[in-house]
Write a protein that binds this ligand. Sequence first.
Ligand code: NAP
Ligand code: ZN
Ligand code: ZN
Length: 367
Amino acid sequence: MTDTNIVTPAEQRVATAAPTKVTRAYAAQAPDARLAPFQIERRALRPRDVQLEILYCGVCHSDIHMARNEWGQTIYPVVPGHEIVGRVTAVGDDVTKFRSGDLVGVGCMVDSCRECVNCRKGLEQYCLVGMVLTYSARDRISGDITYGGYSKQIVVDEDFVLRVSDKLPLAQVAPLLCAGITTYSPLRHWNVGKGHKLGVIGLGGLGHMALKLGASFGAEVTMLSTSPEKEADARRLGANKFALTRDQAQLKELAGYFDFIIDTVSAKHDYNMYLGLLATDGVMMCVGAPPTPAEVAVFTLITGRRSLAGSGIGGIPETQEMLDYCAEHGISSDIELIDIAYINEAYERMLKSDVHYRFVIDMASLS
Ligand code: NAP
Ligand code: ZN
Ligand code: ZN
């Protein structure tokens, strides 16, 4: 590391314990730009800040949506990455939960109002004022752009830092910080488990975690995929059944079959086709976030009192619970470890569903 000390006017507005750090990163400068090396400044430590050296960062499909401004909210330059695992290198004077050397994680958010009814319940992701995303958002104090995990280090308030066990390989733990919690949270909310039939749509980053977690909670899990070559892996990951969703005959056999379906699809697709696979009172939990709105035929819901629901990541307490659960049960992500210079190719492969089942960046490759 050859970090230089630079203090920006924005940093001077807050009480600082140390100068800011110039940090190597990868950023997109515009929706149609490839990600490329870029230097950012991390803020000087505030009293309750934790600074960590990033060891690994998972590559979520949300990183692609955001880098390309597909959700219309991106602030450029954007440094994506919200599946961060690292080691604490410094802490502010008032930090009580962490110390240098601890293994920690940071997920999709780095702050929230802390006072609204949802924040008080530990549902910071549904903060009524608005959570602060790990990247492409504005810091609540300085107004600076937040930059994510495709970088060497990050500074985060201790309340948004998670404790990571050393029981599991760290690179495989990184995807739990988004893909893990985003599937754990709805499965827990709807108490999916023994005696339930669960369908998982899309065998990518979120889908493979939904499969592992659903099986671990005791549900019978069926993988609903567009990729026939993923069947063997789906079964290895815990699927009891596998159905090709492009084959109408296979879908017909599953009509009215599932108590729950978790939809992790990143692109435009037909929700009605999958809603028809729900049993009476079945729930389809949408976590995949295609940029375009979808049409839903309400009669599919009415005829079986079916529910179409959504779920966003998970709060800080539940994220810690999920990390602890995964450490205890030996659950982590199946990954392809990449150098950061491969990131643009990784995006192209994810867009073709060629992901097995999460790309994780080895941050040692960022020099
Ligand atoms: P991913 O790794 O790229 O996996 C998506 C999978 O969906 C693909 O591998 C493919 O699986 C399937 N798929 C792709 N296009 C499809 C289509 N047109 N029709 C049917 N299936 C299709 O993506 P991810 O990282 O898991 O993220 C998935 C989505 O969740 C993204 O939209 C992301 O932004 C969103 N997300 C939401 C939250 C939240 O809080 N709700 C959090 C994180 C991510 P098969 O090959 O098996 O068909
Ligand atoms: Zn994500
Ligand atoms: Zn709040």
